[in-house]
Write a protein that binds this ligand. Structure first.
Ligand SMILES: Nc1nc2c(c(=O)[nH]1)N[C@H]1C(S)=C(S)[C@@H](COP(=O)(O)OP(=O)(O)OC[C@H]3O[C@@H](n4cnc5c(=O)[nH]c(N)nc54)[C@H](O)[C@@H]3O)O[C@H]1N2
Ligand SMILES: Nc1nc2c(c(=O)[nH]1)N[C@H]1C(S)=C(S)[C@@H](COP(=O)(O)OP(=O)(O)OC[C@H]3O[C@@H](n4cnc5c(=O)[nH]c(N)nc54)[C@H](O)[C@@H]3O)O[C@H]1N2
Ligand SMILES: [Mo]
Length: 829
């Protein structure tokens, strides 16, 4: 075990070559670049009319050019990448000045008039402009009515979504703070991203894995002999992060390209990262990865070429898995996944003989029985004996939020919170106690109040939901099976949406608040979800446009109506008072770290100096951060550092899951046929559709910017189709195609290519849903190309209830009629 530690140290020396980070301001024993002005200076919030201002967004730290009070352009601040540039950083201007902005508080006409059939008219009704005060009063009235009728449980404020970055203006936190302090609400559990893996991995590895720091990149580059990118496209997904992206992940992929380390892409399409790295391409049939992994494991087992010491020292339940594994031969796997038997065998040998790091994305767990793939991968890596070794094992977050970028010593800034619970004397106790619904089941819940479902070994009973309040997400776009969603939305009495734009969700609401963009308010952010590399002043760039207002001010006004204003605003704190407090939390932490700070002995600049400097603070990685090996401590000493699983070991067989007796989630990794796939007996449609995350967009965000001009095909979302399939279907590159199945239909623009296997089509998620509307059978045809009218809202299994957006069969044909333009980007008011 000491050996392991030694190896890590030795390898790190090499790794350190890659780890030099420019522009460090604050670190142990380092010097600050911002000298402290000891005269009590005050911060300024005056808008810069001419000059460059620093701010940030999910897609990075931004330097924005302003002339005469108008944004002219923007770019990424301080990037040292050569190739993997990020176009998303260049459209701040479009985000502010687009015609799709909501300008005023608006209400739907028939809702305002209280017409009996008003629900039916959602999405088609006229809009009426309201004063802010009237909109607030109306909303507060509906909240109270809902509580009277159905209790707190009647309010659905789960409000899932990617909102904007910032410690203060976090739309969901602010929304939930309102409902928590005033009584309570029906919320959500889990998310769309990692619904299956975040539930299964704690049973297997004792930790979430998907949202955790990865083995540090310098160690990967120094040690890995083979890197497998399995079902992921970091070229796209690393262009942003949940907090402001520090961009390091892409820089490390550039290093990987230069290193010459062998890379393999396992994916039904040769995606941009495969292309960039010139990776070997192995293309399984979608959703059959578990079968392929079982084939590899069977080969390792039958050739007696696996790490028995690792299995006996670090895992539990292998013996119970063997009877199942025995007949999952490479020949068996080959029939399911379409990869030749010989290739499966040679992969087993390659992985066993060369230290391999499996960097897996999350697409394959966003599929039916999505609990299985990462469980199988952990089992495969256990047989290879590489978990916890620098450069080996598997990582579920190298493609996300710059996982593997070494952790720094940055003190963490404070942030807004959701509040503890009802303010004294304001608790609303009438009605059933609210529960959290697995996020993708909320549509099912609205349609079936009172129904009980299984979830994570427990039971959840759906409440009666009668009011939806959404802030910071685009549910009509993101939820699977749009037509079912619309049916559900038409059942509730009130829908309120806060957004900057007339998205599909705003258009399907009753009351809409015009929110200012993040560039029209002040905030602070930290970069690096795992590294905490910067603290960034997220400065207001321009005046609030039209009558837009921040979420905070909307909720503070509602708090006043609900008699909790003082508690909500903590005595009327201003925007800058909150920010100063959040910043000072980091300052206080820094003061307590001995030796940390600048040459004057100051731990960090004071708030005013920081704010006025218009520059992010950059923190250095710690030695510990650079030496970090995921599960390294467990491998060093499994007795002293057990995993958080029931046995303390890697669970290849889970006794806990066995107890649940779920038919869709057996107690060890298992290949289970997805509900729709290319190998099914009676195929419901001809092609398997995957819906990856878009490279020049964050889901639906930025679809309304000029970036769309660069990727749209015949004014629609691009859909990739194999050359042979296209020929057979009479589809040419650039044609408008109709994609359809029993659930819905959409238009898209064909991209004919050999970079996707026959039988599979790929359409990015996030294209704005733009129904044709009006009368006739084409009413629900999405003119822009949102994939979700086609997807199913079945969940992965009774265990995790994750979404299965990558499990869907569709038909495709050349569109013959004259296709109307998408209308969803039009100005509304
Ligand atoms: N078919 C298919 N569907 C999918 C997926 C898939 O792979 N395939 N992926 C799923 C996944 S993983 C996810 S995470 C979801 C993403 O779903 P969402 O997170 O809902 O998608 P976004 O487009 O980011 O929506 C964010 C919305 O918040 C608004 N917004 C931004 N900032 C603010 C703010 O400060 N205040 C307010 N009030 N609003 C703001 C934006 O304008 C936008 O409308 O989609 C899921 N859907
Ligand atoms: N630019 C950009 N970056 C993002 C986002 C964004 O919207 N835009 N969203 C962020 C969010 S919320 C999330 S959750 C993450 C998503 O991160 P992931 O879930 O890892 O990303 P996806 O785009 O779904 O994965 C895409 C790849 O998986 C492949 N794939 C699909 N199905 C299968 C399969 O069954 N087997 C195999 N082997 N491969 C398959 C696709 O062909 C595609 O190449 O990205 C984050 N980063
Ligand atoms: Mo996600």
């Amino acid at each position: 075990m000491d050996n392991q530690k030694l190896n890590r140290r030795k390898f790190l020396k090499l790794g350190a070559l890659f780890a030099t980070v420019p522009f460090i301001d604050y670190a142990l024993g380092s010097r600050g670049l911002i000298a402290k002005d000891s005269k009590n200076i005050t911060f300024s919030t005056e808008l810069v009319k001419n000059g460059k201002v620093i701010t940030s967004a999910h897609w990075g730290i931004l330097e924005v050019d302003i002339k005469d009070g108008v944004v002219q352009g923007s770019k990424e601040w301080g990037s040292s990448r050569e190739f993997l540039k990020n176009p998303m950083t260049t459209v701040v201007k479009d985000q502010i000045y687009t015609k799709s902005r909501i300008k005023y508080p608006m209400v739907r006409k028939s809702f305002l008039e209280n017409k009996a059939n008003h629900r039916e008219l959602r999405g088609e009704d006229e809009w009426v402009k309201l004063s802010f005060d009237d909109a607030i009063k109306l909303t507060a009235k509906k909240i109270m009515e809902t509580r009277q009728n159905y209790g707190n449980a009647g309010i659905f404020a789960g409000s899932y979504g990617w909102q904007s970055t910032g410690k203060l203006h976090s739309a969901q936190t602010l929304l939930q703070r309102l409902f928590n302090l005033s009584g309570g609400f029906t919320g959500i559990s889990g998310d769309y991203s990692t619904g299956a893996s975040q539930v299964i991995m704690p049973y297997v590895m004792g930790s979430l894995e998907v949202y955790e720091q990865q083995t540090s990149w310098p160690l990967i580059l120094a040690n890995s002999k083979v890197i497998v990118i399995w079902g992921s496209n970091p070229f796209a997904t690393l262009k942003l992060a949940y907090s402001a992206s520090e961009g390091e992940g892409l820089r490390y992929f550039e290093e990987l390209k230069k290193s010459g380390i062998k890379t393999i892409l396992i994916d039904p399409q040769y995606n941009e990262m495969g292309e960039f790295l010139n990776s070997e391409w192995i293309a399984p049939i979608p959703n059959t990865d578990v079968a392929m992994m079982l084939g590899i494991m069977n080969e390792l087992y039958t050739t007696n070429n696996y790490d028995k010491d690792f299995i006996s020292n670090y895992t539990s339940g292998f013996d119970k898995f063997i009877p199942y594994l025995k007949d999952k031969t490479p020949a068996w796997a080959s029939k399911i996944c379409g990869i030749p038997e010989a290739k499966i065998k040679s992969l087993a040998k390659l992985f066993r003989e060369n230290l391999t790091c499996f960097m897996s994305g999350w697409s394959m767990q966003r599929a039916d029985h999505g609990e299985q793939p990462h469980w199988a991968l952990a089992t495969l890596c256990s047989m290879l004996g590489t978990i916890g070794k620098p450069g080996g094992g598997f990582g579920l977050s190298f493609h996300y939020s710059n996982g593997g970028s070494p952790t720094t010593n940055a003190p963490v800034a404070g942030g807004m919170n959701v509040g503890k619970g009802p303010v004294e004397g304001k608790a609303w106790t009438k009605g059933p106690k609210p529960v959290n619904i697995p996020v993708v089941r909320y549509i099912d819940a609205i349609l079936n109040p009172g129904k009980t479902i299984d979830a994570k070994g427990e039971k959840v009973t759906y409440p009666k939901i009668d009011l939806i309040y959404w802030a910071g997400g685009n549910p009509v776009n993101h939820q699977q099976n749009t037509n079912k969603l619309i049916q559900a939305w038409k059942k509730v009495s009130t829908i309120v949406v806060n957004d900057m734009y007339w998205t599909a969700s705003s258009r399907m609401a009753d009351i809409v608040f015009p929110i200012c963009t993040q560039y029209e308010r002040n905030d602070i952010a930290m970069s690096g979800d795992y590294s905490n590399k910067h603290i960034i002043p997220q400065k207001q760039l321009v005046e609030k446009q039209f009558e837009s207002i921040s979420d905070y001010d909307v909720f503070a006004a509602l708090a006043k109506e609900l008699n909790i204003y003082d508690e909500y605003t903590e005595g009327g704190k201003t925007e800058m008072q909150w920010l100063e407090e959040f910043y000072n939390k980091a300052y206080e932490t820094a003061s307590k770290i001995e030796g940390f700070g600048d040459e004057n002995g100051d731990p960090m600049p004071d708030f005013a100096t920081f704010w006025n400097a218009n520059k992010p603070l950059t923190f250095a990685p710690t030695q510990e951060g650079e030496e970090f090996v995921r599960h390294g401590e467990f491998i060093d000493d499994p007795i002293l550092n057990p995993l958080g699983t029931t046995s303390g070991l890697i669970e290849i067989y889970s006794t806990d899951i066995a107890k649940y007796t779920y038919d869709e989630c057996p107690p060890h990794p298992t290949w289970i046929e997805p509900t729709e796939w290319l190998g099914m007996k009676k195929k419901t449609a001809e092609f398997h559709m995957v819906s990856p995350h878009p490279k020049y967009r964050l889901h639906s965000q930025l679809n309304n910017t000029s970036l769309r001009d660069g990727y749209k095909v015949n004014d629609r979302e691009p859909i990739r189709i194999n050359t042979k399939d296209a020929k057979r279907k009479g589809i040419k590159n650039g044609d408008i195609v109709r994609v359809y199945n029993s659930r819905g239909q959409i238009l898209a623009g064909a991209v004919v290519t050999d970079k996707i296997i026959p039988g599979v089509v790929s359409l990015y998620e996030g294209g704005w849903y733009s129904p044709k509307g009006g009368k006739g059978k084409d009413k629900d045809l999405c003119l822009n190309g949102c994939p979700n009218p086609l997807t199913l809202d079945k969940s992965t299994s009774q265990l995790a209830n994750g979404n299965i957006s990558n499990t869907v069969l569709v038909n495709i044909e050349k569109y013959k009629g004259k296709a109307p333009k998408p209308t969803v980007f039009n100005e509304l008011g």
